[in-house]
Design a protein around this ligand. Sequence first.
Ligand SMILES: [Zn+2]
Length: 288
Amino acid sequence: MAGMKKVISGIVAAFLCALGAQGALKVASLHPLLSDMARQVGGDAVEVVNLFPENGELHAFEPTASDVAKAAGAELVLACGKGVEPYLEDLRDSLPAGTQVIELGQAVPDVYLPGSKVADPHWWNSPTAMKRASRSLRSALETAEPGRKATFAKGQRAYAAQMDTLVREARLAFAAIPQEKRVLVCSHAAMSHFCKDFGFSALAVHGIAQESEGDTASLARILAELRRQSVPCLFYGVNEPPRVLQTIANQVGARALPLALDGINPATPTYAELFRFNVRNIVEGLSR
Ligand SMILES: [Zn+2]
């Protein structure tokens, strides 16, 4: 009898164990940096499914039916918001009821492109914005899984502290760049949030997406401006062909270096690595 009891309690224990393993909250994400944030804030209480393809292009990506299938069973789908995912309404319609799509960028105040009323959607280039978004993520996780509040609070505090460290590191590194050289000329308009945080001014060769064409008149104006300011380095998106930017750089006697403008760079999969990659290249390009 005692033996049978032992067997039964063993079966029950094994069953509970399996439940525990499957009990992690499933979170799907439409951007690798949001996947990284979810892993760090959620810890072992979440299972993160990254829906963005390894070498995808942010402004061209649209989830396929098989991506949507990967999100099956997810309680939350994390999106950047601010118009980064024009397909979001269709995605909401194709997800099962009960899956909540959260636009983490809604927590971040808009920053407008210089001299325009167009908001720059690339909010992840600001660690301060990432910190804000991590608080929204924490609330969403807590609502979905109230029993793991302590885990989420601990994860979010550590994430926020890491963002503060990155800001401090960047400020120190940028001290090497003379004030008049703090101009970020990028292939597409992606660094307004970053520039606002770190006291740079931004100039973009193209619009929000790298496909948007700059006209000849504005190109002439940009060339004149680059020469006038003797800008030493221009920056292209790490996942864009550098040809156009390199041609412009050659015309004004500048260098061209990559930045992970869209937050996507398989070589630097975490936010800290990606941000440090950008800081290094900015310092390298502008400090001499
Ligand atoms: Zn972009």
